[in-house]
Design a protein. Structure first.
Ligand SMILES: CC(=O)CC(=O)SCCNC(=O)CCNC(=O)[C@H](O)C(C)(C)COP(=O)(O)OP(=O)(O)OC[C@H]1O[C@@H](n2cnc3c(N)ncnc32)[C@H](O)[C@@H]1OP(=O)(O)O
Ligand SMILES: NC(=O)C1=CN([C@@H]2O[C@H](COP(=O)(O)OP(=O)(O)OC[C@H]3O[C@@H](n4cnc5c(N)ncnc54)[C@H](O)[C@@H]3O)[C@@H](O)[C@H]2O)C=CC1
Length: 279
């Protein structure tokens, strides 16, 4: 494997592109608009500069990593990729369209992975003619820091494809954990109900935003409170995952109306400058 295309240059896509380029791969970073790709590349450059300033990376290495990243606004560029990792928005219709197009332009051997947080891998795979080469590769946010990759097989995923993705995750400095294809997999089946419960706690007036976060930070030693974490993930993404859990597993996972209200207001967290907190 030499060339990896990352589709979606948002917070996850840019992080995945960074760790792939740091692991020595040629990386094509794709989004629907050049300004989104450039924003992703700038985030990567900023992260690498910080590592150089901290003495964790040589300046020459930073330049080498940046030189391995190529911008793209055409999915046809996936024709040059041995692996595509899709990290566009958490929406089945959009992912299905992307996977149909990728299936049409990619060579037969190309593996198609999705960084989806919660959507069924089997359903994504079914829109292609290569379901055996489709797999879930679920990174955590912020990608350069977090060690976990959940690796999820669809019903038809080949063992050899699983093995390649497991090995690649290690080469990127991550620890792969195999989980089954089910709503939210493991990470978000457990995490998102906690975040949703924090929003219900706020909605019902049990405590304020900072108080809820303090309880979980000081009381449970979480590095971030659940509402700060929701702002980091993006409230649109939290809601999308919660909807998948609700639809797949019943009423206990119903998203809090306050979460919907924030998303409708465009208060999506850090990425829009306002969520539970202002940035
Ligand atoms: C929704 C899903 O599908 C799945 C998910 O991803 S759920 C979200 C999972 N992520 C979490 O739960 C994150 C919880 N938070 C944390 O672990 C920590 O708060 C944190 C790692 C984000 C920040 O750690 P911190 O100690 O509070 O802050 P800070 O000292 O600034 O950062 C620690 C290191 O991370 C780096 N870092 C922090 N944010 C970063 C980012 N966005 N990009 C790159 N590097 C980052 C810092 O540069 C620093 O690096 P060094 O150790 O080399 O100095
Ligand atoms: N935010 C998080 O903490 C995590 C998110 N994920 C998943 O990663 C994916 C991306 O999430 P984020 O990076 O947070 O979102 P984001 O909103 O930061 O970025 C999404 C990017 O996808 C682009 N995009 C939309 N449609 C596209 C298309 N048709 N082709 C190419 N690009 C397209 C958007 O322009 C945007 O730049 C989602 O599936 C999400 O569930 C997975 C792990 C953690």
């Amino acid at each position: 494997m030499k060339t990896i295309m990352v589709v979606g240059a948002g917070q996850m896509g840019s992080g995945i592109a960074q760790v792939a380029a740091q692991a020595g791969y040629a990386v094509i970073l794709n989004d629907i608009k050049d300004e989104f790709v450039q924003r992703g590349l700038q985030t990567i450059a900023k992260n690498l500069s910080r590592s150089v300033e901290k003495g964790k990376m040589e300046a020459a290495e930073k330049e080498a990593v940046l030189s391995r990243l190529k911008p793209s606004v055409a999915l046809e560029d996936a024709a040059a990729a041995d692996l595509v990792i899709e990290a566009a928005v958490e929406n089945m219709a959009i992912k299905a369209e992307i996977f149909k197009q990728l299936d049409a332009v990619c060579p037969e051997a190309t593996i198609l992975a999705t960084n989806t947080s919660s959507l069924p891998i089997t359903e994504v795979a079914a829109v292609t003619k290569r379901p055996e080469k489709v797999i879930g590769m679920h990174f955590m946010n912020p990608v350069p820091v977090m060690k976990l990759v959940e690796v999820i097989r669809g019903l038809a995923t080949d063992d050899a494809v699983y093995g390649e993705i497991e090995a690649l995750s290690r080469k990127m400095g991550k620890t792969p954990v195999e989980v089954n294809d089910a709503p939210g997999f493991v990470a978000n089946r457990i995490l998102i109900p906690m975040i949703n419960e924090a929003v219900w706690t706020l909605y019902e007036g049990i405590a304020g935003i900072e108080e809820i976060d303090q309880v979980m930070k000081l009381g449970m030693n979480h590095p971030m409170g659940p509402l700060t974490l929701a702002d980091l993930i993006g409230l649109d993404t939290v809601l999308a995952i919660c909807e998948v859990l609700h639809e797949g597993m019943g009423d206990k996972y119903r998203p809090c109306p306050l979460l919907r209200k924030y998303v409708k207001a465009g208060w999506l967290g850090r990425k829009t400058g306002r969520g539970f907190y202002q940035y």
